[in-house]
Design a protein around this ligand. Structure first.
Ligand code: HEM
Length: 341
């Protein structure tokens, strides 16, 4: 079997996945894993946090391309080749655990249904993230947040089941499906023919789209304010240098904390008040006006500028002030909720 030969090779494999489908698969898988990991484990003031949205944008770009490719693409990439019949699932799952069941290059119901599910969530998750950042009320932001997190959990669960399926296939049948998404080859049943065009040009187009949207986002990102301009809207995707931003999240977190007990909120307020006065003291103690935060130290290699924002006292006072802000946000949110009731 040469690159463009549709007939089976010596291992009875045919070419099933074209270049853009394989590229989509890995771009999508990486984006989902990265966006989820950053969203789940990185702090919103971490320098990698803006990449959460960046990978979300990559995922939706890849899926939008895939939808077009699912309509005009090669034989096995088309949605018409997907087996979306849920009633076909039990028989397929039985055959997946049967070592002697005949191989087929056709799209199976388990991977077809999982693929469509993941593609749908790959669109809805970034859209709900956008909704969170552009929400006009706290309640609306909270609803988008809820949807965003639930769908993110669901896509990861589907992906885990999908990967488990690949492992089961390898263990039971000895066929490495992971390689199929790299080489494009799958074992075929008698009479099945592969594709004769692996569509490299469409692959280049997908790369251009991914690179283009990455470039557009990066050039519209303002690291100082933690904002990015998307379709004329300024989105706060990370904390700004003053520790502001992601206010919806902060309010949400504060709200959750508040639910855990009024006493905690009280403590937060007290600490916040203390923090504010400490912040004042810290700034005064450093003997600087608010306008001049920089300290210049002469060293052997020349003058070095230290930003007093890096001092422990400043950071502590900042985090105390943040606590107060969360508390105030929560108070405001609760008032809003009462009013809406
Ligand atoms: C978060 C991780 C992953 C996601 C989100 C994901 C998503 C997808 C999607 C959307 C498809 C459909 C592809 C298409 O037709 O365009 C697919 C198919 C496939 N994936 Fe994944 N995948 C992930 C991880 C993996 C891994 C780790 C492997 C293997 C080591 C793998 C192997 C495959 C294979 C072999 C298919 C084709 C199944 C078939 O024959 O229809 N995937 N995956």
């Amino acid at each position: 079997m040469t690159q463009n030969d549709p007939t089976p090779n010596e291992n009875n494999e045919i070419k099933v996945f074209d270049i853009p489908t394989r590229m989509f698969h890995w771009a999508f898988a990486i984006s989902i894993v990265m966006a989820f990991s950053i969203g789940k484990f990185a702090d919103d003031d971490s320098p990698i946090y803006p990449f959460h949205m960046f990978f979300g944008a990559m995922a939706i770009t890849a899926v939008l391309f895939r939808i077009v490719w699912g309509i005009i693409g090669t034989k096995y990439a088309r949605f018409s080749a997907f087996n979306l019949n849920p009633f076909a699932l039990p028989a397929y799952l039985k055959s997946a655990f049967d070592k002697n069941a005949p191989a087929s290059a056709k799209r199976n119901p388990a991977s077809s249904i999982a693929a469509i599910g993941m593609m749908i969530f790959g669109i809805l998750i970034p859209l709900s993230g956008y909704g969170m950042l552009t929400a006009t009320t706290r309640a609306q932001g909270g609803q988008f947040h809820e949807i965003h997190e639930t769908f993110a959990t669901l896509i990861i669960l589907i992906a885990l089941v999908h990967i488990a399926g690949v492992i089961v296939y390898k263990v039971v049948k000895g066929e490495n499906l992971g390689l199929a998404m790299l080489s494009g080859n799958k074992k075929a049943a008698a009479g099945e023919v592969g594709i004769s065009n692996i569509a490299p040009v469409a692959g280049v187009l997908l790369l251009t789209l991914l690179g283009g949207s990455a470039f557009a986002l990066a050039s519209n990102y303002n690291a100082q304010t933690g904002t990015v301009n998307v379709f004329g809207k300024t989105l706060q995707v990370a904390e700004n240098e003053k520790g502001e931003g992601e206010e919806g999240d902060e309010a949400e977190e504060a709200g959750e904390k508040g639910e855990r007990g009024e006493s905690k909120a009280e403590e937060a307020r007290e600490r916040g008040e203390k923090g504010e006065s400490e912040a004042e003291e810290a700034r005064e103690g450093e003997g600087k006006s608010a306008a001049s935060n920089a300290v210049v130290i002469d060293t052997l290699s020349g003058p070095v500028t230290l930003d007093s924002k890096n001092t422990k006292a400043y950071k502590e006072s900042e985090s105390e002030a943040k606590e107060t802000k969360k508390y105030e946000e929560r108070e405001r949110g609760e008032k809003d909720e009462k009013k809406s009731k």
